[in-house]
Design a protein around this ligand. Structure first.
Ligand code: CA
Length: 427
């Protein structure tokens, strides 16, 4: 993968609103699944404030190969992601040419749908979802709250910690989140009721593309080529349920009631200018074992994305107050690269399938104001957040709306973003 004309900062699109769009200029071209008034779910591409009907355009092409690709573009994107990086890169170059050539406007315009008229769906049928724990500052801060004497367990710096999540409750951005009930710990023993410590977790979503065969681990050197793209993920968490149930087997019902993902899959090709070195190990930190160590991955396997979390309460909406930014952090704070997470996942022979979803784990920075969850922002509920309008929050309340955003900026390149991932608490 190399930089090409599709990354040119000077490229201009005839699609209205594309040039300078904070998320979706012509240099991005993320994939998603949308429907509108008269047609069912099919592949689309975000450009400016429009959704381009990729499935419809390919179906209308004269070329037989295009119609074969169009066959991968309906109902879910699993098969399109499975086709791998070469097809993805070819589509990217062709779409870039289409949207930057004013002479081809008439060809493309019938397939442009205003984003406001497009209903976005979960891009893939998520058959497996794995959540990692790669944000080292999050792991340290949360560890300190749960285990003041040993915040980071001895294995943390050696291997990617993860657990198998629940795929059936993965929902697309905008889906309301019902407050879950569960066993809550108390001095007189547990009781059953609605969680009183509902939280969000800012994570990145990693969408698996090329699958691997059961029994065939993916090497660290080729792991990046199995990743079809990235998005935003909110791992909603009930902290009281979690604290009571997590030992000895880890998260269960405190997490499985809902996981929100953003609708757009931003490809590795689009993010190529925004890669950065892997997390720098200090002198006394262990180096990754050989199966997790690759020179190119160490040099450029990280992601230089700025991550922002916004909170807007029902009261703030009533008063016309905009969403309030409660956190800003960077994806540079991931101890493991996405390729390391994928290689580790398959290192025992476990097969990943196209459309499988990996969460990176909550990403927080070391500074105050960079925390990716309420648990950290309020130090376990001990230090409430003050909000514009005079309200205070320890954990999330009914009507609270959490929005995650991520953007990539670098001198000499057009800024691109991952879009938004939003969810409002019901009850
Ligand atoms: Ca998580």
């Amino acid at each position: 993968m190399t930089l090409d004309e599709t990354h040119g900062a000077d490229a201009s699109s005839w699609v209205q609103g594309a040039d300078g769009h904070p998320d979706f200029p012509v240099q991005n071209l993320p994939l998603g699944l949308f429907s509108d008034g008269d047609s069912g779910p099919r592949a689309g591409v975000a450009i400016g404030d429009m959704v381009f009907d990729l499935a419809g355009w390919l179906s209308a092409c004269d070329d037989e190969a295009d119609r074969l690709v169009a066959g991968l573009c309906f109902d879910r994107l699993n098969d399109l992601l499975a086709a791998g990086p070469q097809l993805r890169a070819m589509l990217r170059r062709r779409l870039f040419a289409l949207f930057t050539d004013p002479l081809r406007r008439a060809e493309a315009e019938p397939f442009l749908v205003p984003a406001g008229e497009a209903q976005m769906h979960l891009p893939c049928e998520v058959r497996d979802y794995t959540d990692f724990y790669a944000g080292i500052h999050h792991a340290s801060k949360v560890g300190r709250l749960f285990r003041p004497d040993s915040p980071l367990l001895p294995n943390y710096r050696h291997l990617p910690i993860g657990y198998h999540g629940r795929s059936s409750s993965v929902v697309v951005s905008g889906t309301p989140v019902e407050r879950p009930h569960g066993q809550l710990p108390g001095a007189d023993g547990p009781r059953f009721g609605p969680t009183e410590r509902l939280d969000h977790e800012f994570e990145l979503a990693i969408w698996v593309g090329t699958p691997n065969v059961l029994g065939s681990p993916v090497s660290i050197g080729s792991a990046a080529s199995h990743i079809a793209g990235f998005g935003l993920l909110n791992d909603w968490s009930a902290r009281d349920i979690q604290a009571w149930e997590y030992q000895p087997l880890g998260p269960f019902l405190a997490k499985s009631f809902a996981t929100s993902v953003s609708p757009w899959i931003v490809t590795p090709e689009a993010l190529l200018p925004f890669r950065c070195p892997a997390f720098p190990r200090a002198g006394d930190d262990p180096q990754p074992l050989a199966y997790l160590l690759d020179r190119q991955d160490q040099e450029s396997g990280g992601l230089a994305l700025t991550l922002e979390t916004f909170l807007q309460t029902a009261f703030m909406r009533e008063k016309g107050l905009p969403p309030h930014r409660i956190s800003i952090a960077s994806a540079r704070h991931l101890w493991w690269t996405p390729a390391q997470l994928l290689a580790h996942h398959t290192s025992n022979g476990c097969n990943l399938r196209a459309g499988d979803l990996l969460g990176t784990g909550t990403i927080s920075g070391p500074e105050v104001g960079s925390e990716g969850s309420m648990l950290e922002l309020t130090e376990g509920g001990a230090r409430p957040l003050d909000l514009p309008g005079g309200e205070r929050r320890t954990f999330l309340e009914a009507g609270d709306r959490i929005t995650l955003k991520a953007s990539a900026s670098r001198a000499g390149h057009a800024t691109i973003g991952l879009g938004t991932c939003t969810g409002e608490i019901i009850g």
